[in-house]
Ligand binder design. Structure first.
Ligand code: BEZ
Length: 218
């Protein structure tokens, strides 16, 4: 479905949230922000996902990442639902704002519409998740159907990958986990790599003899 995607600037919408009205650009300011949507309040998978997001919230904040949820129901419903979320996920505090979107206008603008899930008002949100960079552009998006809950370890892993790639000229290989070696970006010559990575790097000897697979630690 066409719509907001990687590289696009998020629209500066004014939205109602459980923490009051916000304008998206002012909220994101120059931080990283995770915008994540859910099909609806008082639904099983969403209740577990918002609880997990609350459990991980301190770790996101420590990495300079703000959280902003969305579910299509109204704010009164969100406030009631938060009691269930916190009761189910013991020790979790839903300390991040949750947007309301009863008219389903915000989800259209943020490309969070599930084409298959509908109620009497219209289409429900999908399980979309956009990671927005300090420049307010989308750096990464997940799009999951209502039946598949997201893995917050994976969200944390990709945040760490994005932040490393924004700081150093590196990328993270398949199945990379935080703390493991990263690869040096292809655009960096060996001469440049010596200056950029004084800690050193290891080049993998490949049949092509092209020295493009270079591991380092940052
Ligand atoms: C859920 O959160 O469990 C859910 C919501 C909408 C459709 C299917 C599942």
């Amino acid at each position: 479905m066409p719509g907001l995607t990687i590289g696009d600037t998020i629209p500066d919408l004014e939205v109602g949230t459980t923490h009051g009205k916000i304008k998206l650009h002012q909220f994101c300011a120059d931080s990283w922000t995770i915008l994540f949507s859910h099909p609806g309040d008082f639904t099983p998978v969403c209740t577990t996902e918002l609880g997990q997001m609350a459990q991980y919230s301190q770790e996101f904040y420590q990495r300079g990442v703000k959280l902003l949820g969305l579910s299509c129901d109204d704010l009164q419903s969100h406030h009631e639902w938060i009691k269930d979320i916190e009761a189910y996920t013991k020790g979790a505090k839903v300390n991040y704002p949750i947007m309301a979107d009863p008219k389903r206008e915000v989800i259209k603008q943020l490309n969070m519409v599930d084409p298959d899930e509908k109620d009497s008002t219209g289409n429900l949100p999908s399980r979309a998740l956009h990671i927005v960079g300090p420049d307010k552009k989308i750096k990464l998006s997940f799009l999951y159907p209502a039946t598949t809950g997201r893995n917050m370890d994976e969200v944390m892993r990709v945040v760490e990958s994005l932040q490393k790639a924004s700081k150093f000229k590196v990328a993270t290989p398949a199945n990379w986990k935080p703390g493991e070696p990263v690869v040096i970006s292809p655009g960096v010559t060996n001469e440049q790599a010596k200056d950029m990575f004084p800690q050193g790097y290891q080049t993998v000897d490949l049949p092509s003899k092209k020295e493009y697979l270079r591991f380092t630690n940052v």
